[in-house]
Design a protein around this ligand. Structure first.
Ligand SMILES: Nc1ncnc2c1ncn2[C@@H]1O[C@H](COP(=O)(O)OP(=O)(O)OP(=O)(O)O)[C@@H](O)[C@H]1O
Ligand SMILES: [Mg+2]
Length: 456
């Protein structure tokens, strides 16, 4: 049984619709103004909205946009007076499903409602059908040929039209920025701003004012007032890059904005409300930061509503040919060089590499390759892989093996120490210069259990 939200300020009309739609077998909820309507929308399961176009407090278009921000797929039927067909057409452009002109017969209204609900059901069925048939997602500028990246895009597709906060995870250079933008561009906020802030790029004492803005005189040097990124991102998306590095004092403030959607500028007294969709990214394991106590658990759960993990390039090498082709085409166009393809030998080099710097590194290698190339094809000799990736000083040995992270490398060392000590933890701890407790903590994080322990 479908559930319908009726928003109409005229009491008689509202009651009439409630009664009649109830008799038709629909569940009804009613509101006299837009604000109450939006509240019901967030509390109840609603399948369709019928709303008057002229409401107290908010005009019809604003209300419609607000509904679409809550649920972009929700059908909305507009009621509008004769003589204001233009506004109904405007409403359709913003995403209204249909409209009826007042005065209308109830039969007419029921017909329109049934038609919209049927269309909705069809769309749902279509989607599950596409999924069952293995639908492929195509996004401009995102190469995703293989299963792993297709799964990422399937998630993006599902989450983009919602208002959910998204937490993007993945090593450096895997495409977190790219995916954050794709989510914004496929949301109903696409025409609004996309604002990015990188917490590691900004000193701690400036981060707060960057995020929340400040009033004139808030601190010495604040000669004017300035809006923060949250204000700039109103009606759009705010992308918080490197969220794992946000200092604790700012974590508290972020938590409040996430909970209440409101904040004050530094030195300001006015409470500001914003309508912002948050996307956060991290290339660190936030879960480990939680255990170490450097990242607030409550904030983590607020951010981690939908998690999208982007795999490192070495785990989706099947995308390398398409990615290489994509970058080759772009750099050939930009440089005006007539490079049209990649020789099999050059491609083999690309396929065999470990790509510690992920897609960004592949992009850089291709750019250099195109610059160096002299023929129509990119040759193996044009491909200059940095096989000492972790090393910035030419000539010396790498700091850690390519493809490794410091965490993984540390784990390797701990395992080796345990092997050499025949599993004796006290001995292994001594060899590593750690206390037994420190070693035990690291082992528990690695998922190595205590039972394997051999005491002397
Ligand atoms: N699937 C992809 N298709 C096409 N280009 C990609 C893809 N993934 C990444 N890129 C490109 O690789 C480069 C690096 O990606 P991006 O900046 O999004 O990585 P990141 O995960 O945000 O890295 P960091 O952690 O260093 O911020 C960009 O130029 C991006 O456009
Ligand atoms: Mg990035």
């Amino acid at each position: 049984m479908a559930s319908i939200l009726i928003v109409e300020d005229e009491a008689k009309m509202r009651r009439l619709l409630e009664l009649n739609l109830g008799e038709e077998g629909f569940t009804t909820h009613a509101a006299a103004d837009a604000e109450t309507g939006l509240k019901l929308l967030s509390q109840e399961k609603i399948d369709l909205v019928v709303t008057d176009f002229k409401l107290p407090g908010m005009n019809g278009l604003e209300f419609l946009q607000a509904i679409k921000r809550v649920d972009a797929a929700l059908p909305v039927v507009i009621m509008t007076a004769y003589g204001s067909v233009e506004s109904a057409v405007e409403a359709m452009k913003v995403g209204a499903s249909d409209y009826v002109l007042k005065p209308f017969s109830l039969a007419e209204m029921v017909l329109v409602i049934r038609k919209e609900l049927d269309a909705c059901k069809l769309r749902d069925e279509n989607r599950s059908l596409r999924e069952a048939l293995g639908q492929r997602y195509e996004y401009a500028n995102v190469v995703a040929q293989g299963e792993k990246m297709q799964a990422v895009l399937a998630l993006v597709e599902r989450v983009a039209p919602t208002n959910s906060t998204v937490l993007l995870g993945g090593e450096s250079g895997v495409g977190k920025d790219l995916i954050a933008r794709a989510i914004h561009e496929h949301s109903h906020r696409a025409s609004g701003p996309f604002i990015k802030i990188n917490s590691t790029a900004i000193p701690e004492n400036l981060l707060e004012s960057e995020l929340f803005g400040y009033e004139k005189g808030a601190f010495s040097g604040a000669t004017t007032s300035k809006p923060g990124k949250f204000e700039l991102a109103d009606k759009g998306t705010l992308f918080l890059d490197e969220i794992g590095d946000v200092p604790p004092a700012i974590q508290v403030k972020l938590l409040r904005v996430l909970q209440e959607r409101q904040f004050e500028r530094l030195g300001g007294t006015k409470t500001l409300k914003v309508d912002v969709r948050l996307i956060a990214a991290t290339n660190r394991d936030l879960r480990a930061a939680l255990e170490e106590g450097t990242f607030r658990e409550d904030l983590y759960y607020r951010l981690n509503v939908v998690a999208i993990d982007i795999p490192p390039l070495r785990e989706h090498k099947e995308d390398i040919p398409a990615l290489a082709g994509f970058f080759l085409e772009r750099f050939a166009r930009e440089s005006g060089k007539p490079v049209r393809g990649i020789t099999p030998a050059a491609m083999r080099l690309l396929m065999d590499f470990h790509w510690p710097g992920n897609v960004r590194e592949l992009e850089n290698i291709l750019e250099r390759g195109v610059t160096l190339s002299s023929g129509p094809m990119l040759e193996a000799s044009d491909i200059h892989l940095d096989t000492r990736a972790a090393n910035h000083q030419a000539g010396s040995a790498p700091v850690i093996p390519e493809g490794m992270t410091l965490d993984k490398w540390e784990q390797e060392i701990i395992r080796e120490a345990l092997r050499r000590a025949n599993g004796n933890k006290s001995q292994a701890a001594r060899a590593l210069g750690l206390s037994r407790n420190a070693l035990r903590y690291r082992l528990s994080q690695m998922g190595v259990d205590d039972a394997a322990e051999k005491e002397p």
